[in-house]
Design a protein around this ligand. Structure first.
Ligand code: P6P
Length: 338
């Protein structure tokens, strides 16, 4: 049996590979793990606390906010802003960038996060998740600038997600592979359970909300029809799975092999999912696991954001299927122009 390996031990061993490291990243990840434990505890008891249901208002996106969204956002903000490791944070639940108060020490990192994604599933006890991405502050002064906040995903120095499901699992990468840690309440620790996760080179699953196919861009529906047809050995056993919870759908597809698709529509011409704190961190993770992520035209990690809450069309999973999706979008765009 592999020796018990806590996330903290893993982080310290990763830190040793970087002689220049001052320990801030280890401290930051430790605080994110703490926030995940606290949020997981509330999620697991949600049915018993007065945290189910709507909070009675919408967020900056116009999405109905759930009470658990607010709780998770408060926990993430409090833990990160007091950690002494961040210069600023961006949250799905915050309209503007948030910086530590004058009393709290600042650090070298910028953290983007979606505190609790999939909130429409909370009341039905379906898996939900937290997503985070970590950048270095790059502007020379202590001021927080767009240069610091609107960095492309290729500048990420770490990213990950927490999936609150049958167990609470924290999956992250700092550029040296993707590793999964499962929370063990007996120890109160995240223990290494999935070392060096690689997306299998089989497309067993496709994930899309097919109630919207008629609104997708030309080529998207034809892509799904291609892989559904099972006309190639690669797709012989393909099936569809749609939880409607981004973290859960992407996590499953990384482990089993599959592709997730949320295209733009005529009503949402830039798609539904957010670049900074949903698509870019997940794209970083999936590329580290051997997969790919695209808008259908652009590599997600190459997009330089224009605004904090920018949305993008999203195709993520097996490298071959993301490339195939891009070819369908390109082919049908050409047909339209002809
Ligand atoms: P739809 C949840 O609301 C979310 O933001 C993602 O977690 C999920 O993948 C997507 O929206 C589901 O969208 O249109 O199928 O409800």
């Amino acid at each position: 049996m592999e020796p018990i390996r806590t996330i903290h031990r893993h982080l310290l061993e990763q830190e040793k590979k970087h002689p220049e490291a001052a320990g801030d990243f280890t401290q930051l990840m430790g605080q994110i793990a703490l926030a995940a434990k606290i949020i997981g505890n509330s999620v697991n008891k949600a049915g018993l606390l007065d945290v189910l249901g709507g909070a009675g208002h919408t967020n900056v996106q116009g999405d109905a906010v759930q009470k658990l969204d607010i709780l998770a956002n408060t926990i993430m903000k409090d833990v990160l802003l007091r950690s002494g490791t961040v210069a600023a944070i961006v949250s799905e639940e915050e309209e503007e960038v948030v910086i530590p108060s004058a009393e709290d020490p600042r650090g070298p990192y910028i953290v983007h996060f979606d505190p609790l994604d999939g909130s429409t599933n909370i009341d039905a006890n379906v898996s939900i998740g937290t997503i985070f991405g970590i950048y270095r502050k790059i502007s020379p002064t202590s001021e927080i600038t767009d240069e610091d906040i609107l960095q492309p995903g290729r500048s990420l120095i770490g990213a990950g997600y927490v999936v609150y499901g049958a167990s609470t699992m924290l999956v992250f990468s700092s550029g040296d592979g993707v590793h999964g840690f499962t929370y063990d309440p007996a120890y109160g620790e995240f223990l290494l359970s999935h070392r060096d996760i690689r997306i299998p080179d089989v497309c067993k699953i496709y994930s899309a909300n097919e109630s919207r196919t008629t609104h997708w861009p030309p080529g998207a529906e034809e892509f799904i029809a291609h892989i559904k047809s099972r006309s190639e050995p690669r797709y012989r056993n393909i099936t569809t799975r749609w939880i409607g919870s981004l973290v859960a759908d992407v996590h499953r597809n990384i482990l089993y092999g599959g592709v997730f698709l949320y295209p733009e529509t005529e009503n949402d011409p830039t798609g539904k999912l957010r670049l900074l704190y949903e698509c870019a961190p997940l794209a970083y993770i999936v590329e580290q696991a051997g997969g790919a992520a695209s808008t259908g035209k652009l590599r997600i990690l190459d997009i330089v954001p224009d605004t904090l809450h920018q949305r993008v069309p999203f195709c993520i999973g097996n490298r071959d299927e993301v490339a195939l999706y891009e070819s369908y979008i390109a082919e049908f765009a050409k047909k339209l122009q002809a």
